[in-house]
Design a binder for this molecule. Structure first.
Ligand code: SAM
Length: 271
């Protein structure tokens, strides 16, 4: 039976509040899975199982799939949809409240990857959760709103570049893989989407004091239209200017023109 028929039979109602736009286009699903290069010793974490269109494909190529789904009304249809799959475990809970390290402890694996068509209302908290909880993931491949994808992979000097861009790019190499039209989803959302690949950085930029670095970046972008001089009044502006001058920049520039390496150099000089 087709996924839509099973959902209808179970009188499933799509819930906007959970960002439920299911991806049913087989080509796009296959493209996402092949981007990940998943091997048989990989544990895949999926956030937002939905009707398991992606989950099923991940199950075939990986060792185990652990899926999170907040909507318990999907439990019954998913039992039917996944009846023939024996390496998928679904946790019916809010992913943001889970202790991921504890959840994955019982599995044996060589690699951990995250592959998901994310609920857009909590995209950033989901990705930062992996960083904050120090989960050692090789890759995160996620479908997000196109605009958000641009922010994640933004280059300095562009409108989308902000403190979140720098935070995420400190941990990962980030690449937008391809865009996906809103027509590929059911129900159809109001925005287009894109698939983004986060690959764990093998060599992170050298930072002497991470908390100072992140504070400096956050403060620099505090008022987006203001210059560094105005946003960083509480810092040693002479020292900051000294570093920036080496790169033909100065404290009258705005934060959006400063590269991650330059922020690192400034914070190391201030440490
Ligand atoms: N993976 C499916 C697909 O590709 O068709 C569904 C994707 S849909 C965009 C997002 C899914 O995430 C929905 O099934 C929704 O119920 C679920 N979800 C929303 N918030 C969640 C949360 N906090 N924790 C776990 N799942 C969540």
């Amino acid at each position: 039976m087709k996924i839509k028929e099973i959902l209808n039979e179970n009188k499933f109602v799509f819930k906007k509040k959970f960002g439920q736009n299911f991806l049913l286009d087989q080509n796009i699903l296959n493209n996402i899975v092949s981007l990940a290069n998943i091997t048989k010793d990989t544990l895949v974490i999926e956030i937002g199982v939905g009707a398991a269109a992606l989950t099923k494909k991940l199950s075939v190529v990986s060792k185990n799939v652990i899926g999170y789904e907040i909507d318990t009304t999907l439990k019954k249809p998913l039992e039917s949809i996944l009846s023939e799959y024996d390496n998928i475990d679904i946790i019916y809970d809010d992913f943001l409240n889970r202790d991921i390290k504890k959840d994955i402890k019982k599995y044996s694996f060589k690699h951990v990857m995250v592959v998901a068509n994310l609920p857009y209302y909590i995209t950033t908290p989901i990705i930062t959760k992996f960083i904050n909880e120090k989960i050692d993931v090789d890759k995160i491949i996620v479908m997000v709103q196109n605009e958000v994808a641009n922010r994640f992979s933004a280059k300095p000097g562009t409108k989308s570049y902000n403190s979140l861009t720098i935070f995420l790019n400190y941990y990962f190499d980030i690449k937008k893989a391809f865009t996906v039209s809103r027509n590929a989803f059911y129900p159809k959302p109001n925005v287009d989407s894109a698939v983004v690949i986060f690959t764990k950085k093998i060599k992170k930029i050298k930072i002497l004091n991470e908390s100072l670095f992140f504070k400096l970046v956050k403060d620099s972008f505090d008022k987006k239209r203001k210059t560094l001089k105005n946003n960083l009044k509480d810092y040693n502006l002479d020292k900051i200017n000294e570093v920036l001058n080496k790169h033909n920049k100065n404290i009258n520039n705005r934060a959006e023109t400063i590269t991650i390496e330059e922020f690192a150099e400034i914070s190391n000089f201030l440490t």
